[in-house]
Write a protein that binds this ligand. Sequence first.
Ligand code: NAP
Length: 256
Amino acid sequence: MGGNTLRMPDPFSEKVAVVTGAGRGIGKAIARQLAAGGAKVAIVSRSESSCNAAADEINREFEGSARAYALDVADAEATAAFGKEVVTDLGAVSILVNNAGVTRDNLTMRMSPEEWDTVIDTNLKGAFHMVKALQRSLLRQGGARIINISSVIGLIGNAGQANYAASKAGLIGLTKSLAREFAGRKVTVNAVAPGFIVTDMTDALADSVKEQVLAKIPLGELGTVEDIAGAVAFLAGPGGRYITGQVLTVDGGMVM
Ligand code: NAP
């Protein structure tokens, strides 16, 4: 056997990927990693300026690999329309990463129905809408991959985040059900559950909260967006072929 047998140049060449919430943070890092592997990537975020900026940044590095789409994934009709548009623009989609997510933290006693709905509508229903919008394309492509970005909070819960924890636990149930429904077409469906990753979402937390979290991480440091992008690329790439219905926790050992 030659020394080059394990080299995997451009594992995603000829593939079209959709990454939601890719305007910044974890989603942008995932989109960049897929583009680096040769994929054409649809960069989805609510704000037009942030998805345009992210696509420009990725295109500067990997020319012609990214295209921006401003979309609210909580809007079922708009997401269905996006599903048609992206296939016309880029071709059939074979990698879907449902990463768009928001928080509206509050103790349950004080949580408004709006705070509950906003989080469930984006984090959980948004993923459902996107799967429905792209299902034809995904099921037509033998070996398509769906990766849902959950959270360790979906596994262990968190005071003040009942809405977020329910949405992220719901994504795990969605992941396992879709894995069973789509297995016959060799489509794998997995979840990645990040722990505490340095992004705008976590920058907003008080230093005292960050210190408390750090004390619970055996590896002794917060994660990076690249740590999550690497896990997603693994599941989306050749190494993920025989893995489905799983939750891959990427958290420095915080939950084990
Ligand atoms: P972030 O920096 O706040 O970025 C969130 C992205 O999602 C933005 O691009 C935002 O777009 C987009 N988005 C929000 N609502 C949307 C909607 N309705 N439709 C379309 N796009 C929408 O978040 P992050 O920290 O990178 O987190 C990414 C994912 O990882 C989330 O699902 C989060 O729950 C999960 N996660 C994060 C951590 C962490 O430590 N950071 C830990 C566990 C799980 P706009 O710019 O347009 O608002």
